[in-house]
Design a protein around this ligand. Structure first.
Ligand code: PLP
Length: 401
């Protein structure tokens, strides 16, 4: 049996896969089993921010591999401590908790918010979350997620999540100031809703949300699993908004493609956790944190994020032109840094993604009619030009009749 047949026979049927088996990558290029090349505008769902076969990450991991892979959090390990220091020194946070995925980081954030409420703010256990959000597939993260399609078949979910329209402060205010307002201990929001279709929060909304939550001692959680760590052209997405959250979740790109998650918090929130409250066997192990140190050093090198911003401006201008050229098909373009969405009026994003694979490009369809682009942050302008040319070809060849 070939890889596809083995997968379909032995792996649980939870993914709608493209008909493509990938075997290696270098820079922004991926290769399939027949040696065909693809320019990557997916990055393993916003993970491979430095592309593939990155020298610094490879060297660091190979060295650490020979020294120590795992020991458990009963002991101190240097790579974990150094990574925590870097994350704190470069963000609002004072403390970090390491875990293994985005969903786990959201679980950690929910637990921290609840224990803080019980010990300090004396508020209830309920959490305000956003419609159209995505926070992961474990029960807490799933309950925070504001899209029914992910809930179907799994109810009852974790109690106490109230979903309100994204980018609408009035609705949050009504809950916090209304009868039962004291029941709410936290608000969780993605500054940019990645899975929801690249919906970018307004500056005023985030600022007002920060004021409202601070005034009421409600913990503000930013889920930056998808858009933290350089994706928006800033080191963290909250830096686009001139505010700081109380808790932030990170994952996807942090360890250069190895599994990691992190919960970051200020001391006054983080201090609610005591030994025994929360833990992870693998969380922050020496191998993944070594990779993460190498990744973090690369993206914080002088000029790196300036380039991301420039490339981000370039892709946005090209996509805006595309919309002007194809108003019949393209309804909206949303883009910040190097996360972009092409929203179609009626074309199915998955069909476009399949056509683009034939042309040698990998993209992701997030909602029915929304194609998302999350290239490695090292993508070049000429690679963007090639993608745009191919989208034009796909639209003209298949639909412009
Ligand atoms: C904003 C956000 N939070 C959480 C998650 C869940 O991450 P993971 O798949 O690593 O559990 C995702 C995944 O797409 C995400 O985009």
């Amino acid at each position: 049996m070939n890889t596809k047949e083995l997968t379909n026979k032995y792996i649980m049927n939870t993914y709608g896969r493209f008909d493509l088996t990938l075997v290696k990558g270098d820079g922004c290029i991926l290769y399939d089993e027949n040696g065909k090349q693809y320019i990557d505008f997916a990055s393993g769902i916003a993970v491979n921010n430095l592309g593939y076969n990155n020298h610094a990450i490879n060297e660091a991991v190979i060295n650490q591999l020979k020294k120590l892979i795992h020991v458990s959090n009963y002991f101190y390990t240097e790579p974990q401590a150094l990574l925590a220091e870097k994350l704190c020194k470069n963000s609002f946070a004072d403390k970090v908790f390491f875990c293994n995925s985005g969903a786990e980081s959201v679980e950690g954030a929910i637990k921290l918010a609840r224990i803080y409420a019980g010990k300090f703010s004396k508020r209830g256990y309920k959490i305000i979350a956003m419609q159209n959000s995505f926070h992961g597939r474990t029960f807490g993260a799933l309950s925070a997620t504001g899209q029914d399609k992910y809930h179907n078949g799994f109810k009852p979910l974790l109690e106490g999540f109230m979903h309100v329209e994204f980018n609408n402060l009035d609705l949050v205010e009504k809950l916090v100031n209304g009868a039962g307002g004291k029941d709410y201990c936290a608000v969780i929001v993605e500054p940019v809703q990645g899975e929801g279709g690249v919906n970018i929060a307004d500056k005023e909304y985030i600022k007002s949300l920060r004021n409202l939550t601070a005034e009421n001692d409600i913990v503000l959680i930013f889920d930056e699993v998808q858009v933290g760590l350089g994706r928006t052209g800033k080191l963290f997405a909250y830096m686009n908004y001139d505010v700081e959250p109380d808790i932030m979740t990170l994952a996807k790109p942090l360890a250069g493609g190895l599994p990691i998650g992190a919960v970051l918090a200020k001391d006054d929130t983080a201090n609610a956790f005591e030994p025994g409250n929360h833990a992870s066997t693998f969380g922050g192990g020496p191998l993944v944190t070594t990779a993460a140190n190498a990744f973090f050093d690369e993206i914080t090198k002088e000029g790196f994020l300036d380039e991301v911003l420039k490339t981000g401006d370039y892709i946005k201008s090209k996509l805006d032109e595309l919309k002007i050229d194809f108003p019949k098909f393209i309804k909206d373009i949303r883009s910040i840094g190097l996360i972009s969405a092409i929203e179609f009026h009626s074309l199915k994003a998955k069909d476009i993604a399949v056509e683009l694979i034939k042309e040698g490009f990998l993209t992701t369809a997030v909602q029915d009619k929304i194609l998302r682009l999350t290239p490695p942050l090292i993508i070049k302008k000429n690679e963007i030009d090639l993608l745009i040319e191919s989208i034009v070809n796909v639209l003209n060849r298949n639909y412009n009749k």
